[in-house]
Design a protein. Structure first.
Length: 180
């Protein structure tokens, strides 16, 4: 299952992206997509903090938080999540910030071609899978060589699978704090 998150402050853009990404008849078809759409980057960050996400597609210009700041935060929360920015205005400074700060995989101009964007999404997801597999194999080698323990390896796997699961907040008397 592929977990996608799209973020744009314009609901009609979200609808267009949702239709395009979920349309299995238009090739290339995404493998079993699960899509979440948000008009607010703040709500989207709440989603990323609590759910595994494979790919985030974000608008560049949004109120409250721009796409670079949003995707930089996504990168901190889930480093393995692939990131794409969509923008109607392609200023060089914004593109450089997106690459350097948010580590985006691609920058796509609005309006986009559905076929091209879907192909880009497939390429980015394939690239992400290679990076994740590379890290897994490198961790396995480090574990075999005694550089990291099996427990550290398992904690990393659990955190990647369920973000936040390894970060527990404790009360002064040793209780576990649960968030509402």
């Amino acid at each position: 299952m592929t977990h996608l998150l799209i973020v744009d402050d314009e609901p009609h853009v979200l609808s267009a992206l949702r239709r395009m990404l979920l349309n299995a008849a238009a090739l290339p078809a995404l493998p079993d997509p699960q899509l979440t759409a948000c008009t607010s980057p703040v709500k989207a960050l709440e989603h990323v903090a609590n759910h595994h996400v494979d790919l985030v597609i974000s608008d560049y210009r949004m109120p409250v938080m721009d796409g670079v700041s949003f995707l930089t935060r996504v990168k901190e929360l889930q480093p393995d999540t692939a990131r794409i920015i969509l923008s109607a205005c392609a200023d060089m400074e914004g593109i450089v910030r997106a690459i350097n700060e948010a580590g985006i995989f691609r920058f796509v101009s609005k309006p986009w071609s559905d076929a091209e964007l879907k192909a880009i999404v497939m390429q980015v997801l394939a690239h992400r899978e290679l990076l994740v597999e590379n890290r897994r194999l490198a961790d396995q080698v480090r574990c075999q060589e005694g550089v990291i323990s099996r427990q550290q390896l398992e904690l990393a796997r659990l955190e990647a699978e369920s973000p936040g699961i390894t970060r527990v907040r404790w009360t002064e008397d040793g209780g576990v704090l649960l968030e509402d």
